[in-house]
Design a protein around this ligand. Structure first.
Ligand code: CAA
Length: 379
């Protein structure tokens, strides 16, 4: 397979690359260092139509294929990994879920402001006691005439403190633990409280929140998809967004390679740039090979996704490989920097921290292996 991008995909990639250099790069360090949410950049992304990439034109977006959304994730991640996950969750979890499972009324209400960037979306499956065991939720939703009342605590919600609406998964049956349902919950709903913003090791500009739903009342019309089908909705949405995390991993890895190449050509030891030492060249070659393999895996999964073919296994493989490769890559890229890599003066220190979560969120590496094995055994 000769893996070339279409003209339109190349155009989108180049446009996002240009935007990332001109509009994200100058602000990225400030947001990262101040642990501040990058609202000014997101406003520009909304104006440019980037936040509507997953939204059909009739709802104000500029729907592209999924492949192009992941290309954008990779380019953004190369410059600002924390912004890449905000973008990925908004497009590949929130907008995708609404577009795929929403009623015409739900799409008309939420997708146009999401495409303009006036409403950022989030997705909340995880709870303090339910991460990998995703269907073991304690949050309950009970029907009360024309409303649902939701009670529970949701955890690790990317963009949780800044989102205008969140897709919340809750249990709707006492008898069957897998009978979950999905709901669109607005941040202005009564009983909705952001109770904590996590102090994380990395991705400091991405705010990750804990949300308490305390008798949170929402209209019954905000049920997303069928009642009791929430587990399948969550896992279907995660299949796609895991390709986004693979692309985020590749973007971050590309940046680590860029930084390692620059450093190795400038730093001298034993009377020459260290890039001329074979010990360093071996590391650079391994980094580039790992990086390219991760990229090809996400390209393959995204092509299957866009072709409407099964891609659960390929998405899990891409996420597993690219996220673990990113961790190997930042380790070696930091090693090339020597002591300077341990200093905040060099970008690699931040990339090293940012990479760690890639093999954890949106399904740990262990869960990806489980998904791959389940698909193999089905065949
Ligand atoms: N696509 C669509 N439906 C699927 C599916 C898929 N890939 N896989 C399973 N399903 C369906 C099943 O058919 C079943 O449907 P019915 O209830 O209608 O029969 C339902 O989903 C439940 O499936 P399982 O019985 O297979 O579920 P399980 O409890 O055995 O779980 C698992 C399997 C793979 C371990 C799953 O729980 C999992 O992926 N866990 C990890 C969760 C995860 O990735 N969490 C991250 C959350 S997001 C995040 O990180 C925060 C953020 O903001 C970035």
């Amino acid at each position: 397979m000769l893996n070339e991008l279409t003209e339109e995909q190349q155009m989108i990639r180049d446009m996002v690359r240009d935007f990332a250099q001109k509009d994200i790069a100058p602000l990225a360090d400030k947001y990262e260092n101040e642990h501040a949410f990058p609202d000014v950049i997101l406003k520009k992304m909304g104006d440019l139509g980037l936040l509507g990439m997953g939204v059909p034109e009739e709802f104000g977006g500029c729907f592209s294929d999924h492949f192009s959304i992941f290309l954008a994730v990779e380019e953004i991640s190369r410059v600002m990994p924390s912004l890449a996950v905000i973008f990925s969750v908004h497009c590949s979890l929130f907008c995708y879920a609404l577009n795929h499972y929403g009623t015409p009324e739900q799409k008309a209400k939420y997708l146009p402001p999401a495409a303009r960037g006036e409403l950022l979306g989030a997705f909340s499956l995880t709870e303090p006691g339910a991460g990998s065991d995703a269907t073991n939720l304690k949050t309950k939703a009970v029907r009360d005439r024309d409303d649902y009342i939701i009670n529970g605590t949701k955890a690790w919600v990317t963009t949780g403190s800044a989102a205008g609406a969140i897709i919340v998964f809750a249990r709707t049956s006492e008898a069957d633990r897998k009978k979950l349902s999905a709901f669109i919950v607005e941040e202005s709903s009564p009983g909705y409280h952001v109770t904590k913003i996590e102090e994380k090791m990395g991705l400091h500009a991405s705010q990750t929140a804990e949300i308490l739903l305390d008798n949170c009342r929402i209209p019954a019309s905000n049920l997303l998809g069928e009642e009791g089908k929430g587990a399948a909705i969550a896992l279907n949405c995660l299949d796609g967004s895991r390709i986004g995390i693979a692309a985020q991993s590749v973007g971050l890895s590309q940046r680590a390679l860029d930084e390692a190449l620059k450093y190795a050509q400038n730093r001298e030891a034993f009377g020459k740039p260290i890039a001329r030492l074979q010990a360093i060249q071996m590391k650079l070659a391994d980094i580039a090979t790992d990086l390219e393999a991760g990229r090809l895996l996400w390209h393959r999964a995204a092509s299957l996704f866009d072709a409407g073919k099964p891609f659960t296994k390929e998405a899990a493989m891409a996420k597993l490989f690219a996220s673990e490769a990113a961790n190997r890559i930042v380790y070696e890229a930091l090693q090339i920097h020597g002591g300077y890599g341990y200093s905040k003066e060099f970008k690699i220190e931040q990339l090293y921290r940012d990479a760690r979560v890639l093999s954890i969120y949106e399904g740990t590496s262990e869960i990806q292996r489980l998904v791959i094995a389940r698909e193999l055994l089905k065949q």
